[in-house]
Structures are given as C-alpha cells and as structure tokens.
Design a protein around this ligand. Structure first.
Ligand code: BGC
Length: 290
C-alpha cells in the first residue's frame, strides 16, 4: 500500500480540542491550523504526554508501552497476529518505534484513552428507515420536498453526544461481525422490548445486515486521537426500505428521554466525532432530505 498523502486528508479539528474527553481536565498543547502538518517545522511544539490509567494498567484490549530497548516489538503497518495494525488510508510513519498520526499534530503524545498505538479500528452501523405517519405514509420535508430519513442513534456515555451505535473491532474479529454485535449491544439492549420481541428483532437485524452499503472507510476526526494513536472506522448503511424489518421497532422516538432513538436526519444534526459526515453521505446516497 502507498504512503499516506496528507494533502488529501481533511484537517482534523476534534482531535485538537483543548480538553481531552473524560480525562478530568487534561489539556492539549494548542495547535493552530497551519501547524497541523508534520512537514511544517515547529521546534516550539511541546505536546502533553497523556496515557489514561486504564490503558497504562494493560487491559487485554491495550498494547504494552513501547520501550526503547526493543523488548516490545509491535508490527506496525501490518496484521500483527490477531490485531490489525494496517491503516485504511495507507502506510503511516513510525518514528523511533512510535507511530505518527497521518493527519498531523494533535497537541498530545501517548495514547490517551485509546488502547492501540497507531490505528484503533472501529465499525459503525448506520441503520435507517423512512419517517412515516401512523398510516405508513412517508413524510417529506416542507422545503426540500424530499423524504425524511431516520437513523438509530445512541447517546454516548463518554461525551454525552448523540452518535451512531458503533464500536471497536476486537482482536481477531471482522468488521461485519463488529457491526452486528455493536448494534445489538448498544441499540437493541436498551430498547423497550420483551425477551420474545428481542428474538424477533435479532432475526430482522441478521437479515437486514446481510447487505449494506459502505459509506466511509478511513481516519476519524475523534476527540480521543493523539499524535501516536487514532481512530479509523468503516461505516456501513443498512436501510430498511419497507420499514417492516428493524424499522418497525419502537425506540424512544425523537425525544431525549432514553439513550437510543430514531433520530430525524437533517443538516442541523450535531453528532459525535465524524458521524455527521457519514450521516450526510447516507442521506445523499438515498436522495433523502438533509
Ligand atoms: C465509536 C465509533 C466511532 C469511532 C471513531 C468508536 O469508539 O464507537 O462510533 O466512529 O469511535 O470515532
């Protein structure tokens, strides 16, 4: 695979947010837009070194510390046993044994809350249906005259923002297995449904998830990214065209009461990390209101 062409990557913004999320106030070294690219020299750059305690304690999902004595050999830019250390966007640089964020400076070194050095892979299932009234008529936006799409959104516990119910690809797991598992764990478990209903829902999910349309694959502008660890994802749209499959299941529709809902898709949506752009692309693919 070719080396990353940074000029083609978007300027990360959330990855430079002043305060690192859920860190109790750990601040990043401020990085102005023009200092993001690594090829702009900046001798004054003094990034904060932060690796969260949970990560440093070495749980199964985290890598060990990288030591200069070479005792830890992680295979970057390749599949390393069960861990995929390849980036979706090309080969990243490894400087003195430590991977370097292909999108540039973030104001922080170490891993923050991310377990892996280099890419941390996630998968995002975008489950959609058309918004309809009680008679099943599809509702259109009064201005754009386009049908309104809804997607299954969850409220994230770390940042409190609405998001696609995605999650991390576990070691040895595939993206497609992760998509289904995360949707089950994050969205379905918090639904108001009996065990019997949940069985029917699981069957519908299994059928719907047989064919999805890939919406995005690559780097994510995530607030947890650092100079040495970053998020990447594959986002896939599963559209319940008739509304008779997963689309008929009740979530806490449209209110903020629960932590899972069918959210109306429009340009005013404010979502976690790069999720707005995945949702916009999904709406455009389906020629829906935005
Ligand atoms: C989330 C995904 C998200 C990814 C990158 C993961 O923690 O579960 O939904 O796309 O991070 O931000």
């Amino acid at each position: 695979m070719s080396t990353v062409n940074i000029a083609k990557l978007p300027l990360h913004i959330k990855a430079r947010e002043k305060i690192y999320p859920a860190s109790g106030g750990v601040g990043r070294f401020p990085v102005p837009d023009d200092k993001v690219p690594w090829n702009v020299e900046w001798p004054e750059y003094q990034p904060t070194d932060f690796t969260a305690k949970v990560v440093a304690e070495g749980p199964v999902w985290a890598d060990p510390e990288i030591r200069t004595d070479d005792s830890v050999k992680l295979k970057f830019n390749q599949r390393d046993g069960k861990v995929n250390r390849k980036s979706h966007i090309g080969n990243y640089e490894v400087i003195e044994g430590v991977p370097r964020n292909p999108c540039g400076r973030t104001g922080m070194v170490g891993r923050g809350f991310l377990g892996k050095w280099g890419p941390n892979h996630a998968a995002d299932p975008i489950v959609t249906r058309w918004k309809s009234d009680q008679h099943g008529n599809i509702l259109k936006d009064s201005e754009t005259k386009k049908p309104i799409l809804q997607f299954v959104a969850i409220k994230r516990k770390d940042t409190g923002e609405w998001a696609i119910p995605g999650g991390m690809v576990d070691a040895g797991d595939t993206v497609s297995a992760t998509l289904k598992r995360e949707f089950g764990e994050e969205a379905l478990n918090s639904m108001d449904a009996t065990d019997a209903e949940k069985k029917t829902i699981e069957k519908s999910v299994a059928d719907l998830f047989k064919c999805g349309i890939e919406v995005y694959r690559g780097y994510v502008d995530d607030p947890r990214n650092t100079d040495n660890a970053w998020m990447e994802t594959v986002a896939v749209n599963f559209h319940d065209m008739s509304g008779n499959s997963v689309g008929k299941f009740k979530l806490h529709a449209g209110d903020d009461a629960g932590d899972v809902q069918w959210a109306d898709i429009c340009s005013q949506l404010k979502l976690f990390a790069s999720h707005e752009s995945f949702i916009q692309k999904t709406a455009s693919n389906l020629d829906a209101h935005w």
